[in-house]
Design a protein around this ligand. Sequence first.
Ligand code: FMN
Length: 145
Amino acid sequence: MYKAVIIYDSRKGQTESIARIIEQGLRDGGVEVLLKKATSATAKDLRDADAVVLGSPTYHGEMMSSLRTLLFEMEKADLRGKVGAAFGSYGWSGEAVPRMSETMKHVFGMNVVEPGLNVLERQSDLNKCREFGRTIAERAGQGRK
Ligand SMILES: Cc1cc2nc3c(=O)[nH]c(=O)nc-3n(C[C@H](O)[C@H](O)[C@H](O)COP(=O)(O)O)c2cc1C
């Protein structure tokens, strides 16, 4: 069975809700999922994962600091070729999702699902979020063929 880890942070709960729907989509796609808040995640959580899914809302034009810290922590894991994906809730500019995707692609050489899932606040489309999870599951399966 393929494994995915979803690591996210959220101040008001919107990105957290999206994380839970993506989790369902991944499970629909037959993937085992570990869901963790970025404040308690470490490089160890990434070791067995075929796919790493990062979630952060955008605040002041940036991802949350817990995700920035995690991206430095991720340097300790060998992630080359693993599937990566990013998602998050935003109000008007939504920088966090492209930044996380770019870092996974350029720094870690991951196989990134693009574009990431940038969701306008209070407008999360359940089907879209679930579909994003299924897309990540499919990509994880292809990587192992
Ligand atoms: C102080 C503050 C700053 C924000 N800065 C941005 C921003 O720079 N760009 C943006 O797109 N949204 C911004 N937002 C909107 C949040 O991204 C949005 O409310 C999001 O849904 C919060 O997600 P969460 O519930 O997961 O914390 C800001 C919100 C607050 C309260």
